[in-house]
Design a protein around this ligand. Structure first.
Ligand code: F6R
Length: 612
């Protein structure tokens, strides 16, 4: 949801900002813009991609050692040149970039208009820069004071960076509910929505907390204070990130790179957490609060999108293996429905980005009600990782393709470990089964690699389906959430309408959709429900549906029925989602490429959803 980057120092700012925006483009790509301060304030902005901005900037003098940049995911006002950020004050002295939503912008705008302010855009952001201008001029405040005062008047979420022509030696940055990182170089500072634009230059960073303001000066000094003007002690952290992790590494798209990385990322997620020989599982964050979690009345998962699908799989696994009641909630629904929660509940948030606004808000409610909160998060140092009482990182490394792939499988690994550990401690998993599942887990990276080696076969299936307008995905038990995930992957990157359904529910409605033009993906790797899934396939075939089945190796019965079959290596049933999702990710990827879609930046989407 919008990417922000800023620089102050001795280097030329423009190339740093442009490169930073390219790294942040996964957060939004409706428009992009840059302001440079160099005696004058120069702002260039353009609808479309960062490459469009680059093209229009080529003819402009962009020299200067202080600047701010933005890549937008539109909320208020359509994507066009005028609504693009940065937004400037009426007198043209102050320039501001913003990620988030100013909820009370309409009231402030009306008051400012009554006092003579004229607005150019339809954005909420422009209101904020005019408000800062008003306080600066009317109350004779410096930039930092004016920003502080303006922020005390706004309701909503913001990460902002502001520069002032009259103070060319300073940038002011602030955050509330939207992420912002300050990078500390040698007499220079970087500010960004995440560390990706910073890592090339410095590893020293400060993650701003909510309602904190950072003032970074050209002389190398900086101060962090809160919105009440109290000085804060900044925690300087060392980034654990390599620049290669942010590159495509020879692949055409980040999504394909991230799919292909899964043998490694899955192994990383379990590294140091299991030992099959010795038969143990360990999950640090869980063990810290083990008793409270074991005695929980309920575990409630809150998440969105793909992370919500992981939570659904966790529900099957934890209830089955550890016999603790589990509920799975869309964070966006949970937060608005006055949920019944007590201190006996454990609320687990799953989030790749660790910044999803609805998931964060759901956690706030859980904290208020005294529940233990736990985060299963990929991005180290993200908001969810910081606000939860405990948690486990999934260690999948940066995920840049908008469609989540490797984060999903790494989330599953952590959730499986959680189910195993809780089951072990509760005595609900026989030790033989525990050891078998740990061995099974250790074999996953190799088996995923075997599936990935067959990508040409998956491409052939994709070719057959690429022009269909609709698709149905069916699965039973643990494979029902995999079916949902397959459908989400297809629809979000290829714009084919796709629905996931529990296979047995098909006869309660969706079966009416089936004809010779309807591809039906059936995730059929459940040994325990094999006969039932065979019946579901018969039902589809009887209505001339085209069946694409994901089956266990050697399943001649389903292979004999389906139009297309993809076999996955044998694995213990609780672990099958880790394998059965891989061909679905690849099929969606290839269909998207074949349809000429923008795989890594699908329309209307952004990677990190920091607005409600
Ligand atoms: C789908 C996808 C989204 C995210 C959702 C939650 O491929 O990426 O559905 O899963 O926006 O994001 P996180 O996990 O960052 O909270």
């Amino acid at each position: 949801m919008c990417g922000i980057v800023a620089y102050i120092g001795e280097k030329q700012a423009f190339p740093i900002l442009l490169e930073g925006l390219k790294r942040l483009e996964y957060r939004g790509y409706d428009s992009a813009g840059i302001s440079i301060l160099n005696g004058t304030l120069k702002t260039v902005k353009k609808k479309g991609k960062v490459s469009d901005l680059e093209a229009v900037s080529a003819t402009i003098d962009t020299t200067g050692t202080l600047g701010i940049g933005h890549t937008r995911w539109a909320t208020h006002g359509k994507p066009d040149d005028i609504n693009a950020h940065p937004h400037n004050s009426g007198d043209g002295t102050i320039s501001l970039v913003h990620n988030g939503i100013i909820e009370n912008y309409a009231t402030i705008k009306k008051a400012l208009e009554d006092r003579g302010h004229v607005f150019k855009s339809q954005t909420d952001t422009e209101v904020l820069v005019h408000l800062i201008e008003e306080f600066k001029n009317q109350d004779n405040l410096d930039l930092e004071q004016a920003v502080t005062k303006a922020l005390s008047r706004v309701v909503g979420a913001y990460a902002i960076v502001v520069v002032d022509k009259e103070n060319p030696n300073q940038i002011v940055a602030a955050r509330k509910s939207s992420p912002l990182v300050l990078g500390i170089g040698d007499k220079e500072f970087y500010v960004a929505s995440d560390a990706s634009p910073i890592i090339k230059y410095t590893k020293k960073v400060v993650y701003l907390n909510d309602e904190e303001i950072a003032i970074a000066n050209r002389d190398g000094s900086f101060v962090v204070k809160n919105i009440h003007n109290e000085i804060q002690e900044p925690v300087i952290q060392e980034l654990d990130l390599k620049i290669e992790q942010l590159e495509k590494g020879g692949y055409d798209h980040f999504m394909l790179k991230e799919i292909m990385e899964q043998p490694t990322t899955i192994a990383e997620s379990m590294r140091g957490r299991i030992n099959a020989e010795e038969g143990w599982v360990s999950l640090g964050g869980l063990e810290e609060h083990q008793q409270r979690i074991l005695n929980a009345h309920r575990i409630i998962f809150v998440a969105c999108g793909t992370s919500w699908h992981s939570a659904l799989i966790a529900e099957y696994l934890i209830e089955d293996l550890a016999r603790i009641p589990v509920e799975v909630e869309y964070a966006s629904e949970f937060r608005y429905r006055n949920p019944i929660l007590t201190e006996k509940d454990v609320v687990i948030a799953i989030s790749q980005s660790g910044e999803t606004a609805d998931t964060l808000a759901a956690l706030e409610i859980a904290k208020e009600k005294g529940a233990l909160t736990y985060g299963i998060v990929n991005v180290v140092g993200s908001s969810i990782a910081r606000v939860t009482d405990s948690g486990s990182y999934i260690h999948a490394g940066p995920e840049i393709g908008v469609a989540s792939t490797k984060a999903f499988t790494s989330q599953l690994v952590v959730l499986i470990l959680m189910a195993l550990k809780l089951g072990e401690k509760k005595g609900t998993i026989p030790s033989g089964m525990l050891r078998e599942l740990i061995y099974g887990l250790e074999s996953v990276p190799k088996k995923v690699a075997e599936i990935l080696e067959q990508k040409e076969k998956i491409k052939l299936i994709a070719q057959e389906i690429q022009n269909k307008p609709n698709a149905l995905y069916l699965g039973r038990g643990l494979n029902f959430p995999v079916a949902l995930e397959g459908a989400l992957k297809l629809k979000e990157i290829s714009y084919i309408h796709a629905e996931g359904y529990p296979a047995a529910e098909m006869k309660h409605g969706p079966i009416a959709l089936i004809d010779e033009d309807m591809p039906v993906f059936i995730v059929a790797t459940n040994v325990s429900a094999h006969e039932k899934i065979v019946s579901n396939i018969q039902e589809v075939k009887a209505r001339k549906g085209v069946v694409i089945a994901i089956v266990n190796e050697g399943d001649n019965i389903i292979s004999g029925l389906a139009d297309f079959t993809f076999e996955i290596p044998y694995i213990e049933e609780p672990l099958t989602p880790l394998l059965s999702v891989i061909p679905l990710q690849l099929i969606s990827y290839y269909i998207s490429v074949m349809r000429g879609c923008n795989v890594d930046q699908p329309r209307n989407l952004a990677k990190s959803v920091t607005v409600e």
